[in-house]
Design a protein around this ligand. Structure first.
Ligand SMILES: Nc1ncnc2c1ncn2[C@@H]1O[C@H](COP(=O)(O)OP(=O)(O)OP(=O)(O)O)[C@@H](O)[C@H]1O
Ligand SMILES: C=C(C)CCOP(=O)(O)O
Length: 257
């Protein structure tokens, strides 16, 4: 692969991109990577010439383990073995994602949230980011993932990639945020893509959980999290990742008015 200084980080855009677990894995097939979809996504991201942070979700890796052990974003486990089962599956997936990016000469490096983040008893997240901004400054692409997180009074709960995106975007000065899932955007009652969402109430009736095993709330959880962001976020399907990277605004725009 090419070194970290090979042409990345010189442009003035900073993107935070989440690759949904439903994109990079076969979400209904336990611990199965969607190799072709991941390679396509890595190729699309490799075309970007600014600063890039990648986050990926759990798909058929983290969610199955979390569901089996009764762990969600607010129900924790005090059992270290259960927490390690969730984290271990996510670390495994993260290595596959980092490798796929490096195969496309993206200078990707892993960042594992369990080792750095924490939640207080109100569920509020603290995530140190000096290692992430440091990686960006050095021309690397940090790759984070949904994970377990130590949670005061709960043991370990689940931290979703969507929540990480919201936490990271201001910390790295993101100019745009993209959330790539398997749907072309938020769909309305007639399955048409909703162009813009400014409040949860506008779409509460059509928002649901995921079709697959998912402990973090599916599309409803995603929209709720992204409405907390200060910059516009796009939700789009993998075939629109190239367009997003090129500066377009595909899918649904989430932006508080
Ligand atoms: N109104 C809606 N519009 C679009 N998708 C919806 C809607 N309501 C529910 N969904 C579901 O939400 C899913 C997307 O959320 P999900 O959390 O599965 O995606 P992801 O982020 O790609 O995966 P992961 O959580 O594993 O990272 C869709 O595949 C669909 O099943
Ligand atoms: C289930 C785990 C551990 C991660 C969930 O992350 P998400 O798929 O981004 O919601």
């Amino acid at each position: 692969m090419t070194g970290p200084s090979a042409g990345r980080s010189s442009e003035n855009e900073t993107l935070v991109v989440k690759l949904g677990g439903s994109v990079v894995t076969e979400k209904t097939e336990r611990e199965t990577v969607d190799v072709d979809a991941l390679a396509d996504a890595a190729r699309a991201l490799a075309a970007f010439d600014g600063s890039l942070v990648v986050v990926h979700g759990g798909g058929s890796f983290g969610h199955h383990h979390a569901a089996e052990h009764g762990v969600s974003t607010d129900e924790g486990t005090g059992n270290a073995g259960d927490a390690l089962a969730i984290h271990g599956a996510m670390v495994e997936l993260n290595r596959v994602v980092v490798d796929a990016l490096q195969d496309e000469d993206v200078p990707a490096l892993p960042v594992h949230p369990l080792s750095a983040a924490s939640r207080d008893s109100d569920g509020d997240l603290s995530l140190p980011t000096a290692q992430i901004t440091g990686m960006l400054d050095e021309g690397f692409v940090p790759v984070l993932h949904g994970d377990g997180v130590v949670h005061a009074g709960e043991g370990v709960t689940v931290l979703s990639g969507d929540e990480l995106v919201v936490e990271l975007a201001p910390a790295v000065g993101a100019t745009r945020v993209g959330v790539c899932s398997t749907v072309p955007g938020v769909l309305d009652g007639e399955d048409a893509v909703v162009d813009r969402i400014g409040s949860f109430d506008e779409v509460a009736d059509v928002l649901g959980a995921s079709d697959a095993t998912d402990v973090t709330g599916g599309m409803a959880g995603k929209v709720r999290a992204l409405l907390e962001l200060g910059v516009p976020a796009q939700i789009f399907a993998p075939d629109a990742l190239d367009a997003f990277v090129a500066g377009e605004s595909p899918g649904t725009t989430i932006e508080t008015r």
